[in-house]
Design a protein around this ligand. Sequence first.
Ligand SMILES: [Zn+2]
Length: 229
Amino acid sequence: MGQFDDQKQEIVNACQKLVEKGFLMATGGNVSMRILTARNTFAITPSNYDYLKMTAGDICLLDFDLAVLEGQLKPSVESAMHAAIYQVRPDVNAIIHTHQVYASALTLIKAPIPALFDEQARFLGRSVEIIPYAPSGTGMLKNTIARHVRNHDNAYMMQNHGALLFGHDMERAMHNVEILEKCSLAYLLALTSERKVSKIPFAVREIAFAKLRKDQRKVEQGNFTASGE
Ligand SMILES: [Zn+2]
């Protein structure tokens, strides 16, 4: 039994639930968690590995320079993207990258989601932006993503690729996956009507986003204290 087995098991449980619900398919996507008790360290799913066969021992432990600290399997090809997000977003402790279908469809028509629902603004942010295309596993994708996530939203869509969801913990990140898919489907259906899509009032959006930022600041402060900064 290792020191980080609980976090590794939490990642496996999350992946298997996401597969059951149809948000992760086959070996696509990747999931990670920041290790709060070790500086600059995160646990992430291995590359190209069946989620239903995955056990805690298959999860890789990496530092932010991508040195493998634990794990026999090759870490996700998107490990650099996850490390970059943890570095620019101290409020994020869990990251889920999916190829979920409805959000992916919106990326094909480059349709960012404006603030459509209160719950969306409260948990995902002011809007769900589309991060421009860059090939998987490249420095270009990592840099593009690190630049975009500074706006403090917790959901993004990746052009011709998939979605990226954040949370202060895994449970929150999982709920955000579901909220994004609900918003994506509702928005797609509304767009097909070719009628004007209404948004929530600007003031309501800003109040909801302020609550999200307040939550994020609390986590940021906790994380800085935990790492001795
Ligand atoms: Zn992907």
